[in-house]
Design a protein around this ligand. Structure first.
Ligand code: NAP
Length: 248
């Protein structure tokens, strides 16, 4: 039986690259998406064509009821998970804090923060040896923005990722003796469509001079760190942050 991995926000970008790599390394992968069903299904087909196991699961992680439905669907179709990647995340258009609205913050926090908390809670219920599980690994996708603050662009996004960092530290300690490891990856400037969704399609090119390596990273480079943290090769590693940010 293959170990089962749920990746939120896996229809494109870092989540999709992680799904491909994890499937190659023997995970049965649940590819969660919010709205882009065709991208999620074509990724599943690509994994299956290469001999891997994958399903697509729709759910908006900003909605608790949809998260519960997603976990039930994964239980039924693939079995009990032993891996979770809390990857789904959004930015918003560039704006100073003085111009940001309550509704913008609410959406950002629901998806980036509450969604990750709730998915982790559901994962712990299934993985914890205290609940009859066999342990597992949770990887939260934070951001270098949690350290940098993203002034003038999206301080709210940076703050949402700081919440993920504190959650990673606390949950890692809380479940360390229940067979569950909890770690995070902090990507830097990574070449995905998230920047266009925030109205800055050239953000990676425009800011790459700020990166000591003088380039943006790829989704595949971040996936390598995530899949390592998921794997047994990281068996004594918990409460750790991997900076996949080219030195920034
Ligand atoms: P992306 O290319 O914009 O992809 C986002 C993915 O998340 C898509 O698959 C999207 O699915 C899904 N998604 C969005 N809202 C969702 C929701 N409410 N529920 C479920 N899925 C949702 O993003 P990315 O650049 O790969 O980023 C992935 C993660 O890395 C995020 O947490 C991001 O904050 C973090 N990160 C990225 C960078 C970077 O430079 N790219 C840097 C630091 C951290 P649909 O297409 O179906 O909506």
């Amino acid at each position: 039986m293959k170990p089962v991995l749920l990746i939120t926000g896996a229809s494109r970008g870092i989540g999709a690259a992680t799904a491909l790599l994890a499937a190659q390394q023997g995970w049965a992968v649940a590819v969660n998406y919010a709205s882009n069903a065709s991208a999620a299904h074509s990724l599943v087909q690509q994994i299956q064509a290469a001999g891997g196991t994958a399903i697509a699961v729709q759910a908006d992680v900003g909605d608790e009821a949809q998260i519960l439905r997603m976990f039930a669907e994964v239980d039924n179709k693939l079995g009990r998970i032993s891996g979770l990647v809390n990857n789904a995340g959004v930015v918003d258009v560039t704006a100073k804090v003085e111009a940001q609205s309550w509704s913008r913050w609410e959406r950002m926090m629901r998806i980036n923060v509450l969604g990750s908390f709730a998915c982790a809670r559901e994962a712990v219920k299934r993985m914890s040896t205290a609940h009859g599980g066999s342990g597992g690994s949770i990887v939260n996708v934070s951001s270098a923005a949690a350290r940098l603050g993203a002034p003038g662009q999206y301080v709210d996004y940076a703050a949402s990722k700081s919440a993920i960092d504190a959650f990673t530290i606390g949950l890692a300690k809380e479940v360390a003796n229940e067979g569950i490891r909890v770690n995070a990856v902090r990507p830097g400037l990574i070449d995905t469509d998230i920047h266009a969704s925030g109205g800055l399609p050239d953000r990676v090119r425009d800011l790459s001079h700020l990166v000591p390596m003088q380039r943006g990273g790829t989704a595949e480079e971040v996936a390598q760190a995530i899949v390592w943290l998921l794997s047994d090769a990281a068996s004594y590693t918990t409460m750790t942050f991997i900076e996949a940010s080219g030195g920034r």
